[in-house]
Every structure is written in structure tokens, then in C-alpha cells.
Unconditional design. Structure first.
Length: 260
């Protein structure tokens, strides 16, 4: 379901074009770039993929397991670090074009979404900032043959789905303190009382009516009960305290930082 939803979201943007043509601009394109702090008018293939990932996170209720970035090299580095870079495609993969420079360093220069195979067995892709020729600086969200007009040795695939969080060895970190989350069905939950104490210390009053009430104010969260504790999605809890969640999959930690 996760991969299928990701592809479905990408499909609905096929044909989204720059306004004006060749400007790297447009209402959606500007939003995708802004979401990843890329200057307006930047190349936007990676911003498009990040936008799909952000929308997937909202609609699936799961935490996107890798990065949001406008830089293809960041996607390459993360994929290598997690061992999720492959040479053959699967539907729902991210397609990444990578060339090797004269100094031996790999340089990623374009990214898109692998849609799957059509009725003729042709692999198809959905690529922002491209066109039917497969340009890395085209003018639309293109629906095209993945390998068309491309050297196969340049094409790699990122497969993030195996990284959806599982297990109980993660930590939620705020300052020099941490609590242990509940990871369930790809979502990260925090024990509500422990989370509030992590942020505020002991100086708070937490009561319960239809949900948690902190110092007389209702917290905008939905709770689940596990082993006698009330948990809420960490991102929902964090928003109540104007905090951002920064996931570090390498160290299995979610850092809480003041939103800017």
C-alpha cells in the first residue's frame, strides 16, 4: 500500500508545467522548492520528489524514512548510507541518474519516481523538471520511458520502503534527555505524559477529559492506549509545542528542535 500510494500521488501531477515555459517557476513548483528551502527558480526534480514524499507522509500517516532535499547528491548519499541503492527497478523506487567524474567521485544529477511497467513491459517513470527526452532541466512533470534516451549504466534506484521504522530501540531526544517511543505500523508515537515532562520538566498539570489537557489547554492530539499508557503521534505532539521532528535513521533517534 505504501508504494502504491506514493506512485498514485506522483501520477496526479503528470503534466504540471512551468509558468512561464523554461522558468523553473509555477504555483506548485514554487511550493515544492520552498518546502525544501530551495530558492525560487531552482532546478526542481528533487524538490518534486520531496513534495511527493511530504504528501505521502500526510496521507499515509507514516513517517517518510529518508530525506527531503532539493539536492540529488543528498539522496545519493542517504541511499548509500542505508544500503538501499540498487541497479534494477521496482515500482515505487526513486530513479536516480548518477555519473562518475574524472576524480572517481559519483555525481547525482536527476531524480524521479518509478511508476512500474506498462502492458508491453516497458518501465515508466514520473519525473519533475523533465520532458519526453528525459532532460534534467525540462519544463514539466513528465511521464516517460524510464530508460528512453539514457545510458543504462547511469541509472540507479533508491528503495526506501525497507526503512519504515520498526522495533523499540529508537529514542526521542530533547536537549540532553530522551524518552522511548512506540513504533507501530510505520508511525512513531510518544507516551503523552513522558513527552510533556521531557519538554517542560515537572512544572505542569496534565489531566484528561476527552483527551489530554495541559495546564487547562486541550492538546490537539488523538491518543491510543498501549500497556496502560496513552500515546500520541510524535509529530502531532511536537506541533503543540512548536517543535520540529528531525529523524536520524542512522542513530535511531528523533530529535526535537524549536520550529523556525
Amino acid at each position: 500500500m505504501s508504494k502504491e500510494l506514493f506512485v498514485n500521488i506522483a501520477q496526479k501531477y503528470i503534466g504540471t508545467a512551468e509558468q512561464p515555459h523554461g522558468s523553473n517557476r509555477g504555483p506548485l513548483i514554487d511550493r515544492w522548492n520552498t518546502n525544501v528551502n530551495a530558492p525560487i527558480g531552482s532546478f526542481w526534480c528533487a524538490s518534486f520528489v520531496s513534495g511527493i514524499a511530504l504528501e505521502w507522509e500526510t496521507k499515509s500517516g507514516l513517517d517518510w524514512p529518508i530525506c527531503f532535499s532539493a539536492d540529488c547528491d543528498v539522496w545519493l548519499a542517504i541511499a548509500k548510507k542505508h544500503g538501499i541503492l540498487h541497479r534494477s527497478p521496482q515500482a515505487g523506487d526513486l530513479m536516480l541518474l548518477v555519473k562518475t567524474l574524472s576524480n572517481g567521485r559519483q555525481d547525482a544529477f536527476h531524480i524521479g519516481v518509478v511508476e512500474g511497467q506498462d502492458e508491453n513491459g516497458i518501465w515508466k517513470s514520473i519525473e519533475g523538471n523533465s520532458n519526453n527526452d528525459g532532460s534534467r532541466n525540462g519544463y514539466e512533470v513528465a511521464h516517460r520511458s524510464l530508460y528512453g534516451n539514457r545510458r543504462k549504466d547511469l541509472v540507479y534506484f533508491i528503495r526506501p520502503w525497507s526503512l519504515l521504522q520498526s522495533g523499540t530501540d529508537w529514542k526521542i531526544v530533547y536537549g540532553d534527555k530522551h524518552i522511548v517511543p512506540l513504533l507501530e505500523n510505520g508511525r512513531t508515537y510518544a507516551p503523552v505524559r513522558d513527552f510533556v515532562k521531557l519538554i517542560l520538566g515537572d512544572n505542569f498539570v496534565l489531566s484528561w477529559e476527552d483527551g489530554p489537557v495541559l495546564n487547562g489547554e486541550v492538546l490537539a492530539v488523538q491518543c491510543i492506549l498501549r500497556d496502560g499508557k496513552s500515546y500520541a503521534a510524535i509529530r502531532d505532539l511536537a506541533r503543540n509545542f512548536d517543535l520540529d521532528c528531525i529523524v536520524n535513521s542512522d542513530h535511531k533517534k528523533v530529535y526535537l528542535k524549536k520550529a523556525v
